[in-house]
Design a protein around this ligand. Structure first.
Ligand code: MN
Length: 762
């Protein structure tokens, strides 16, 4: 087919573009020791480089013939796309031959008849793994099959945790697609731009690829808001020459100073991208004219031997602030504490001669390379001098999340994204260690970050020595001590108290584990109950009838509800064996009520309000409680209460047969009761307590008040929020001393933090 063939000019162009890759790779390798393996001699390094160039040539030849004759929408030969991606990979991200080959081959499996196995056979496991990781995510993150795409994205990240280069090549692929987006139809432009903004730009940011992140954002914005983009772009162009002139005036004295210090350096003016100008206008709600920091200055210097980079950055800082006045509140020291993505630099803002504040970024060459090339550069310099850095930790977190995959891919994507957007706050452990947490993290997030066990048993935290609930949102510089209790376990509402992917994953995993245990237990209870009937009907039929009765389809849903206690089995006989006459269940449960009632009760209903204890006073009789007719308790008798649906408490003697029956069948509706009609009180005091919600704390408080002090409680209100309880009590006391003694006894409990007289009674 003649029209499929390329012209001679095109063939030549393809070859030239490919040679750019080889040149860039050789240049990278020539940079010396940085690309050399440990213990590798110069000769060995050169030989390996040559072999790699051969491999790159083979990959190109293979891709070139596989895509031969195919053109992109723009009309140019398809192979120019993989070539461009490989160029980005080597030149802009700084990766080596494996990634270059993978980039050249990245669309072969997707778009031609070749398979991953072919790639593996011809180019080995590593390259095949990367190509495979890239092949799985065709299409995009969104689209009609949103969840399938999310699942694909998860697969990409899964491969990433084995080999981060997968995602780096993917970002290069996306960058080239964005650069050539104008060839796509409008609706596709929107889809691709949206998806870039949603996941790829944050991902690039997280991996420390700042220039790529900015370009992705800027291009996305250009296609999503073309008019606004054009407007800002024109305004920027109109003031550019004025800015450049003012930069020269500003820069000269600094240049002189740096020269005096004997530094080799480059100093450049950095102009804000259209997108970041737009974002500033939007976030601060200001017009273009009020965006002042359109320009920043960047100094990249080669540090002298024998002095730490940190010291030298501060020496440069000192030299600049000799010339220009610094803004006292705008110093960003990313050297002492690098950002989580590895970024290091010293940012200061000084006043220029024209009275404008200008940001100056001070970096060494090494810091600059990390800033530009992110992860790739980080690898290069990772020689164990500092152990695991923030980026390693982040990758480890991602890996942990991936090892406990979310059943729902969209949910996964959202939690993953949460961590991408994160800005960090630094907090301190009691031992003085610094922990980096995403902004908005709670004390509970931190607990899970430190250890999943710490998270699961968290009851609160001491923030700067003050007790706070676990939902406390961490602020920079907080000193945090996580408090735990062995009796504490995660509750579903905890899901609303965490934002980090790690904590969410731990909690979801805990609930799934717990749910499985409930299901197993429920299944056992159900099967045991069925066995008691010894019925002729099969197990399966009985199960089916029970499912039908509760309008459930899955046995596990039934077992779960039985396990949770929301479906009770005391009417199982009527449900599972409606025809059988003889009620063994009835014989085994002599206290069970008649059948119609039972059927009604079996429908899961909201649990009645819990009353833990009732104090029997004369004025409450008939209003809050009734004395049972069966046993006629009188004051002084040992009694208990049964709370009915209306909240009325029926008081029975503790050994009344009716009470025994209620205890065994409605245990949750039983409350403790004490008499209070035989004592004379002097006055009522309104007191407040505050503490940690631990199992049994309320009964301990009540025990101290009533048993130890024989003080009568007239009223008690306890609220528990996020593991912190706040309570008010009305107590009858004789005098102040008795009250003070009570406070002492209460605060002596480890769980109670404060007890005092309430200021005013509301
Ligand atoms: Mn591609």
């Amino acid at each position: 087919m003649a029209e499929k063939e390329f012209t001679q000019e095109e063939e030549q162009h393809i070859q030239e573009q490919f040679e750019v890759i080889v040149d860039a790779y050789l240049e990278r390798q020539a940079k010396g020791a940085a690309t050399r393996f440990a213990g590798e001699s110069q000769a060995m390094h050169e030989e390996r480089t040559q072999q790699n160039v051969e491999l790159i040539r083979r990959a190109f030849a293979f891709a070139n013939q596989a895509h031969y004759g195919v053109r992109r929408l723009s009309g140019e030969p398809y192979i120019l796309h993989p070539i461009a991606v490989a160029t980005i990979v080597v030149k802009e991200i700084g990766l080596g031959s494996t990634s270059i080959c993978a980039a050249l081959l990245h669309d072969v499996v997707e778009d031609t008849d070749y398979t991953t196995e072919d790639i593996q056979r011809l180019f080995g496991d590593k390259i095949a793994l990367i190509v495979d990781g890239l092949t799985k995510i065709s299409g995009g993150v969104f689209g009609s099959q949103a969840s399938e795409q999310a699942e694909n994205f998860r697969k990409l990240l899964l491969t990433m945790s084995d080999d981060i280069r997968v995602v780096l090549v993917k970002i290069a692929d996306r960058l080239h697609n964005m650069r050539t987006l104008s060839a796509q139809p409008k609706e596709k432009q929107h889809k691709i731009a949206g998806e870039t903004q949603y996941i790829y730009a944050p991902l690039a940011h997280r991996l420390g690829l700042f220039p790529i992140k900015s370009e992705l954002e800027n291009l996305s914005f250009k296609y999503e808001h073309p008019d606004t983009y054009k407007e800002i772009e024109e305004k920027l162009a109109s003031i550019r020459s004025v800015q450049e002139a003012s930069y020269e005036t500003f820069a000269q004295p600094i240049r002189d100073q740096l020269a005096k210090m004997g530094y080799e350096y480059t100093m450049t003016a950095r102009f804000k991208s259209v997108y970041s100008v737009y974002r500033k206008m939007r976030d601060k709600n200001i017009p273009f004219e009020n965006v002042y920091d359109l320009m920043a200055v960047r100094i990249i210097f080669k540090p002298h031997e024998g002095l730490s980079e940190k010291d030298q950055c501060w020496m440069v800082y000192s030299a600049i602030t000799e010339i220009y006045r610094p803004h006292p509140e705008r110093i960003r020291d990313w050297i002492s504490t690098p950002k989580a993505n590895g970024y290091e630099a010293l940012h200061i803002t000084v006043m220029a001669p024209n009275g404008q504040w200008i940001e100056v970024q001070i970096r060494t060459e090494r810091m600059h390379e990390i800033a530009e090339r992110g992860l790739a550069a980080h690898w290069k310099y990772k020689t164990g001098e500092r152990g695991e850095n923030e980026l390693d930790k982040w990758l480890r977190t991602i890996k942990e999340i991936l090892e406990n995959p979310e059943p729902n891919a969209i949910e996964f994507l959202d939690t993953f994204k949460l961590n991408l957007f994160a800005h960090e706050v630094f907090v301190f452990t009691p031992g003085g260690d610094i922990k980096t947490m995403p902004q908005g993290s709670t004390a509970l997030d931190l607990a899970f970050m430190l250890h999943s066990q710490l998270g699961e048993h968290c009851i609160g935290a001491k923030i700067n020595h003050e007790l706070q609930p676990m939902s406390y949102v961490l602020k920079g510089g907080d000193q945090v001590e996580i408090m735990t209790s062995n009796s504490q376990h995660p509750q579903p509402e905890w899901l609303n108290m965490v934002t980090t992917a790690k904590a969410l994953a731990c909690l979801r995993q805990y609930f799934r584990r717990e749910e499985r245990a409930l299901i197993r237990n429920g299944e056992k209870l159900f099967n045991d109950a069925l066995m008691m009937y010894n019925a002729t009907d099969s197990h399966d039929m009985a199960l089916q009838r029970t499912l039908n009765y509760y309008r459930l389809t899955q046995p596990n849903d039934l077992y779960l509800q039985i396990g949770k206690g929301t479906i009770r089995l005391d009417n199982l006989q009527q449900v599972a064996f409606p025809k059988s006459k003889k009620s063994l269940w009835k014989r085994l449960n002599p206290f069970s009520k008649d059948e119609e009632n039972k059927t009604q009760e079996a429908i899961p209903a909201e649990a009645p309000k819990r009353i833990k204890k009732i104090v029997l006073t004369d004025d409450a009789l008939g209003r809050d409680y009734m004395l049972a007719d069966c046993c006629h308790p009188i004051p002084g008798d040992e009694v208990l209460g049964y709370v009915d649906e209306k909240g009325m408490v029926h008081i029975h003697m503790i050994d009344c047969p009716e009470a025994l029956k209620l205890k065994s069948s409605h245990g949750k509706q039983i409350c403790a009761a004490t008499w209070n009609t035989h004592r004379v009180q002097s006055f009522v005091e309104h007191i407040e307590i505050r503490g940690i919600d631990k199992f049994g704390v309320l009964s301990k408080v009540i025990a101290i008040v009533s048993t130890e002090f024989h003080i009568n409680l007239r009223e008690i209100h306890i609220t528990s929020e996020d593991g912190i309880i706040r309570g008010t009590m009305d107590v009858y006391v004789y005098d102040r001393r008795e009250l003070e003694d009570l406070f002492k006894a209460l605060t002596a409990m480890p769980e109670i933090v404060s007890a005092h007289k309430a200021v005013d009674k509301s």
